[in-house]
Design a protein around this ligand. Sequence first.
Ligand code: HEM
Length: 440
Amino acid sequence: MSSSLSEEPRTDAARCPVSHLAEKFDPFNDPYLQDPYSLWQEARQDEPVFYSPSLDYWIVSRYDDVRQIFMDTDSFSASISITPLKELCAAAIDELVKAQMVMGPSLVNEDPPLHTDRRKHIRDALVSPARIEQVRPRIREFANRYIDGFVQRGQADLVTDFAWEIPALVAFALMGVPDEDVERAKEYSGRLALFTWGYPSEEEQTQLAAGMGQYWTYAKEHVQRRLEEPTDDYISELIRAWRTPGNEELFDENYLVTTMMNFLFAGHETTTNATANGLRALMENRDQWDALCADPSLAPNAVEEILRYSSSVIAWRREVVKDVVVGGVELPAGSKVLAVTGSANHDESVFPDAEKFDITRSNAKKHFAFGLGRHLCLGAALARIEMQIFLEELSRRLPHMRLVAGQDFAYSPNTSFRGPEHLRVEWDPSANPIEADRPS
Ligand code: HEM
């Protein structure tokens, strides 16, 4: 277990922070991206809290310490959680200015008391039981529509043909993007993790900023349409909450556009990557996939184990706003912290045999894939349902699929979002279990 606050703080580490792990830790290089887990295992054991001079962040890897960071909202502010790690170049700024993009704060990087009031309304509009029930059949319909597209082909890339597409469609459905606009809106939805959590080249940064600018313009139009004519979607519900007497100060138009913008980042790549990580883990641990195919009621716990074993969000940021001790190390106010949730999820003190992928693990749900506490992911219920339906439908229609042998997996070079960019599988379509899925 991690050191407790009652232990003597290791002030020497705070004064002279460069360590052997700091020298090894390069979150943007390929060996780390392929397998971050072995470095974290070493960190948890040898140096659970270390300072990375190249990032200028304190890296925190043990379960209890990560929990402390999420729970102690007096000492840790969420303000920096989505600030780009790399400063924007002039050309990227030009793209954002061209789109008149004025990204204010949104829930994920706000602190109380504003965060508390807004979160309540956003939660009620986004993930009420009625909203979840409204979207559940659509998720299954989307999943089957995409499977229909490749089931007779005998091979697919489960990222580009499936997991990239559906979470975006679900997000658009929730926001009330009309069907005729979906293709256009989808074009703006790139792999944005690199923009916020990576060190993109100036060219990449500018390209990503251009896509964000276009999406901003679209989101602005959409919010304006809904201001004139609210319907029953998530954005309309927020407008209703804002118009309720006493709530005039709650939002403004810019906040709603920012919310729509961030909603896509929050709900798309996260869910795509988690699905792809999960399918990879299941294909590589065939006994687990076979067990799921034989008993689909294992799907909910399989989702938890996927999120624990190979989460799509592996590290989250906080700013220290009050001197604090974490894992016995003093962190002064003003320092920045990377809470490595992916490492916490493999902490043996909580998850015995943590490197084993076991879809029946009894405490899998204790993972921090969705964060914890005040900012706990508001889309967690939705992401879980999406992943569960994906597993149910794929295992029902393609239980015999396998990974294409010998493929390499590419991961976006960033600190926080992790998932393979492609996941190629193959199967014999004449052996599809559902007759209508077999080629005629
Ligand atoms: C597997 C998929 C997902 C993962 C791993 C994930 C992970 C996270 C994490 C780590 C946070 C930050 C928690 C913190 O600061 O303590 C977060 C916040 C948030 N997520 Fe998710 N997320 C996922 C899917 C979604 C979806 C589908 C939506 C929208 C429907 C969503 C909406 C949000 C929102 C609105 C917040 C901000 C909550 C707040 O600050 O109060 N997420 N998510």
